[in-house]
Design a protein around this ligand. Structure first.
Ligand code: FES
Length: 165
């Protein structure tokens, strides 16, 4: 019977370092999604900002208008791709209702069809009433609403990063 060669101290040290390195890589793989889950809501709060979308005088009572603003999750080098939009309904006085432009099914941009008084999603036929509630199709819940305020005659919406399900 053959006796195995004893492992030299240098080789033992090298194997120990490899084992530690692999253990650290495994721990990082497990910890990354857990960390993202814990930090995600905090990051979203940090990205929340009031965005100017126009003056009160820019909107006509009873109409729903598309407004554009910089997406709060955008990076400085994003250019025009860092722009996003919302639908803003002017109720009168200082009352506005803002809806996210993204469908709650898979995030496609919905269109406002004034003659039908409906929001329509071109991707899978989702339909929403003018108050954002689901009228038909696959959307699982109403359009996301943003808080709106008027400051010094400027309409502002409190926008979060693009609300995709
Ligand atoms: S993304 Fe709008 S219905 Fe599917």
């Amino acid at each position: 019977m053959n006796n195995p060669e004893p492992i030299s101290p240098e080789r033992r040290k090298w194997l120990t370092k490899v084992c530690l390195l692999l253990s650290a890589a495994g721990a990082a793989i497990v910890a990354t999604p857990v960390g993202a889950f814990l930090i995600g809501p905090l990051a979203e709060r940090i990205l929340l900002r009031w965005r100017d979308v126009g003056s009160v005088a820019d909107f006509r009572e009873g109409e729903t208008t598309e407004v554009k603003y910089d997406d709060s999750s955008s990076v400085p080098w994003a250019g025009v791709t860092g722009q996003t939009a919302a639908w803003l309904r002017y109720e009168g006085g200082e009352q506005f209702t803002a809806f996210a432009i993204n469908c709650t099914h898979l995030g496609c941009p919905v269109r406002w069809i004034a003659k039908a008084d409906l929001f329509m999603c071109p991707c899978h036929g989702g339909v929403y009433y003018s108050d954002g509630t689901v009228a038909a199709g696959p959307p699982p819940r109403p359009l996301t609403r943003y808080p709106v305020r008027v400051q010094d005659g400027k309409v502002q919406i409190l926008a979060t990063p693009t609300p995709i399900t």
